[in-house]
Design a protein around this ligand. Structure first.
Ligand code: XMP
Length: 538
């Protein structure tokens, strides 16, 4: 990329804090609605090339503005023949950059350029055997027979004139095609999913050999870029960050602190609904270790008072959300008062997936802000600082690790804003019940970590129903609480499967809970997936 290009991007970035990072090389993925579109961008980044996912309708000018090294057209659910199917803007093919169409993307290219796409009688879903007849440039050096992942009904029967058909599968006469001359490539299968073992090699070939990328990008390389942007954005203004203990707000806070030091103050509202020792860990990491100015508000009594007599899940959420805002606003007002007002900025741990879901990555104007600080109202008069808005979750973890964030915070499982209150189910979240739940949860976490399973699980936690059952311990009849173990695997919390924890581990957990927690005399395991269940019980 030329110096002029760099200047253009740098100028754009300085003017707009929401502009994409200044990666030396970028590949744009156009999203035609496929379920794996985000994954394509993630895989490209894993190959060392910055990638953005843009809606398919952004148009060639918007793509050109980014000066990408290449363009990938994603899969999508439509048939290219459906009247309202997303179309290919032919101007995209005149940008002078290589194009790779995946699944629907390949069908669009084929149709646009005069090849033959037809609705097949039989679809091809799941694993398929790919036979490479002519490796060409895209599949060079890869095995002639390989497994790939397919998900399509329309099928390419003939490539456009001037193109070479490279491979086929049982249901796809043309499963890969290319025209090296025109710089246009297509594959019917999904290289981005793990079920295509050579998928990452194919993407690498496209990025390196076809697009000429040097592959030097890494999540860590955004650190310096973000530090410069944060400085430009806030100048000498005061900045506030609500810390929740989760990885997003933690990494966002650390990055901002790196950039502007003590102009940042973090506010940690301990609502008394956290896990055991979690508040102390946050305080130890930020105040003691990183020396970040931190206001820790012990608001347990306030929250418990608000939760008195509240049993209905949504009422609990509302009570907690409202109180959170009140406490946060009070602390923010104190800070602003202390510093004599002036510019006020609020750090939010908005991630790239939030940006995409809110309508695309093209600029602040089109994007609604997500409420990552446990639900702050829209009328808080802060300008947002969002240093993670170009990153996916796993990249945020990588940045956190690079900034020295403790492993425990980097890898923390998601934890709901209303905390343990929505895990004391069917009744009021009293101090006593919360403490019982907290103790049970601590045992579960301890054993799961000791078994080396913590990172494999999306979430693992306990639920305390308002139910007591009869038991016998020693020679005594007991009447104690039931603890539910809930552990799930998931990619995104939209769906989840109950985790098959080893029996021996379950036995160890149950026996510790019953022996160590007086109030508990029974432990059960939740074996419901999502759907039909939700992950949380309330
Ligand atoms: P469900 O229970 O709907 O949860 O399957 C999906 C994911 O969302 C989390 N969750 C919440 N997070 N505030 C939050 O910040 C909430 O009120 C809330 N309710 C559920 C849940 O832990 C899971 O990760």
């Amino acid at each position: 990329m030329s110096t002029t290009d760099d200047l253009t991007r740098a100028d754009a970035a300085a003017a707009d804090p929401a502009a994409p990072p200044q990666a030396a090389e970028e590949v744009v993925v156009l999203d035609y609605g496929g379920q794996y579109s985000q994954l394509i961008a993630r895989r490209v980044r894993e190959c060392g090339v910055f990638s953005e996912l843009l809606p398919h309708h952004v148009g060639a000018a918007e793509v050109a503005r980014r000066r990408p090294r290449g363009l990938i057209l994603s899969g999508g659910p439509a048939s290219v023949y459906a009247p309202d199917a997303p179309r290919l803007d032919p101007a995209l093919l005149d940008l002078g950059i290589p194009v790779l169409g995946i699944c629907y993307g390949m069908q669009l290219l084929t149709r646009e350029l005069g090849g033959e796409v037809q609705g097949a009688e039989v679809g091809e879903f799941g694993r398929s055997q790919l036979t490479v007849k002519e490796p060409g440039r895209l599949l060079a050096g890869l095995p002639a027979e390989q497994t790939c992942w397919m998900s399509h009904r329309d099928t390419v029967f003939a490539p456009p004139p001037g193109f070479t058909a490279l491979a086929s599968s049982s249901e796809s006469p043309v499963a890969a095609l290319e025209s090296v001359e025109r710089g246009i490539y297509g594959i019917q299968f999904h290289p981005e999913v793990v079920h295509t073992p050579y998928g990452q090699d194919i993407l690498t070939r496209f990025l390196e050999d076809v697009c000429g990328c040097e592959r030097t990008w890494s999540a860590g390389s955004v650190i310096e870029d973000q530090i410069a942007r944060i400085r430009t954005q806030v100048g000498d203004g005061r900045v506030i960050c609500g810390l929740s203990g989760g990885v997003d707000s933690s990494v966002a806070a650390l990055l901002v602190h790196r950039a502007i030091g003590d102009q940042l103050t973090c506010v940690f509202v301990d609502h008394g609904l956290m896990r055991k020792n979690e508040g102390d860990q946050v305080i130890a990491a930020f105040r003691d270790h990183f020396k970040v100015p931190l206001v820790a508000v012990d608001a347990e009594d306030r929250f418990l008072t608000k939760l008195k007599g509240v049993t209905e899940p949504e009422a609990k959420r509302k009570a907690i959300g409202e109180e959170f805002i009140r406490v946060f606003e009070e602390e923010a007002a104190k800070l602003v008062g202390e510093t004599g007002g002036g510019a006020r900025f609020l750090v939010q741990g908005t991630l790239y997936s939030d940006v995409i879901e809110s309508g695309g990555g093209t600029g602040a104007a089109t994007i609604k802000s997500h409420h990552n600080v446990g639900g702050l109202p829209e009328d808080l008069e802060f300008e947002l600082v969002e240093p993670l808005r170009a990153l996916f979750k796993d990249e945020v973890r990588a940045v956190g690790a690079e900034l020295g964030l403790p492993e425990r915070l980097v890898w923390r499982q998601p934890f709901p804003g209303p905390g343990l209150a929505i895990r004391v189910v069917g009744g009021e979240a009293t101090k006593q019940r919360l403490d019982t739940l907290r103790d049970a949860d601590a045992i579960l976490q301890d054993e799961i970590r000791r078994a080396g399973l913590y990172r494999e699980l999306w979430q693992s936690f306990c639920v305390l129903p308002d139910v007591r059952t009869v038991g016998v311990q020693g020679d005594e009849r007991t009447y104690g609480y039931v603890v539910v173990i809930r552990a799930v695997t998931s990619d995104d919390a939209m769906t989840a499967d109950w985790a098959r924890l080893p029996y021996d581990l379950l036995e160890q957990i149950a026996s510790r809970m019953i022996n160590e927690i007086r109030e508990v005399n029974r432990v059960v395991l939740d074996i419901t997936s999502k759907p039909p269940g939700t992950i949380e019980w309330e």
